[in-house]
Design a protein around this ligand. Structure first.
Ligand code: SAM
Length: 281
């Protein structure tokens, strides 16, 4: 394998790697927060990499963006106000805005450069950015949540990078306490929670921190994501209220197109593997 023809992300600890054959590097820059690269690949379209970690590809981003959005939106009884912490590629924003009942979405990414590059290299993800319900802010999501008024939001989607650099605090107990305070009584936070195969310890710490913040109800959803370590990803919902009310009827007649998400996928994503149940019984 000629390294100049392949992008490879190595996973320390798991001692494994994922590679994509590249046609060329389209862009690279050091933003004030992180090192961002964009590649044109042979078979996955464009690929964004931040600090050496794959973020989003043209070909497979729909798994992640749909599963970060629709399960939580069809679990909350009546979501009107949504915040996306991170998510600068705007793919999650696009999915959230497909819900006609949503009145206001604020995307809070620390790094404006991620969004500006997504506009150039992933225009299909940014096509709803001008929706009048959407507001884009470029500030630290940790501070945004800390400063927010109590009970002011229905859903917080934490679409962040891995827990290193500027995203480290997004996985901490203090952040979850701040989320708890600014969520309404039926509010739900959902956070990308890495791979259950590779990152079970991190998932355990995240769950403890969420429970410590007062969230009595947790539910992890599982889905494929081939460009992320192990190819099998997850997101964890935490709520003050029972999470057992998937609005199946509304999801069945959702009235918008998805590539992956439907009610069967939603039900299947709720199934908890045996080793996961044992770990967090
Ligand atoms: N889907 C990706 C994944 O799981 O690897 C995440 C993609 S999204 C591009 C991640 C975003 O989180 C980046 O744009 C980064 O700037 C943003 N981010 C990291 N730390 C942040 C913070 N403290 N506040 C707001 N955004 C943050």
């Amino acid at each position: 394998m000629n390294p100049s023809e392949w992008f490879t992300e190595q996973v320390p600890g798991a001692e494994s790697a994922f590679s994509l054959k590249i046609k060329r590097k389209l862009h690279e820059e050091q933003s004030p927060f992180q090192f961002i690269e964009i590649y044109e690949t042979e078979t996955f379209g464009n690929l964004m990499v931040i600090d050496g970690c794959t973020m989003v590809s043209t070909r497979d981003n729909f798994f992640y963006h749909e599963m970060m959005s629709h399960p939580v939106l069809f679990t909350h009884p009546n979501p009107k106000n949504v915040w996306i912490i991170g998510g600068g590629d705007c793919g999650t924003l696009k999915e959230v805005l497909k819900h006609p009942g949503v009145e206001h979405v604020v995307q809070i990414d620390i790094d404006e450069r991620v969004t500006r590059l997504a506009e150039i290299y992933f225009p299909e993800l940014c096509e709803s950015n001008d929706d009048p319900r959407a507001e884009l802010k470029f500030i630290d999501g940790i501070k945004w949540v800390k400063d927010a008024a109590p009970g002011s939001v229905d859903i917080i989607i934490v679409d962040s990078t891995d827990p290193i650099g500027p995203a480290e605090g997004l996985f901490g107990a203090e952040f979850y306490r701040d989320c708890f305070n600014c969520l309404s009584d039926t509010g739900i936070v959902i956070q990308q929670s890495e791979s259950a195969l590779y990152h079970l310890k991190l998932m355990g710490e995240m769950r403890s921190a969420m429970q410590g913040a007062g969230f009595d109800h947790l539910q992890t959803v599982f889905f494929p994501q081939c460009i992320y370590p192990s190819g099998w990803w997850s997101a964890t919902m935490a709520s003050k209220a029972d999470l057992g009310h998937f609005r199946e009827m509304d999801a069945a007649k959702k009235g918008f197109e998805t590539v992956y998400y439907n009610i069967d996928i939603h039900r299947a994503a709720l199934a908890q593997p045996e080793f996961f149940k044992r770990a967090f019984a």
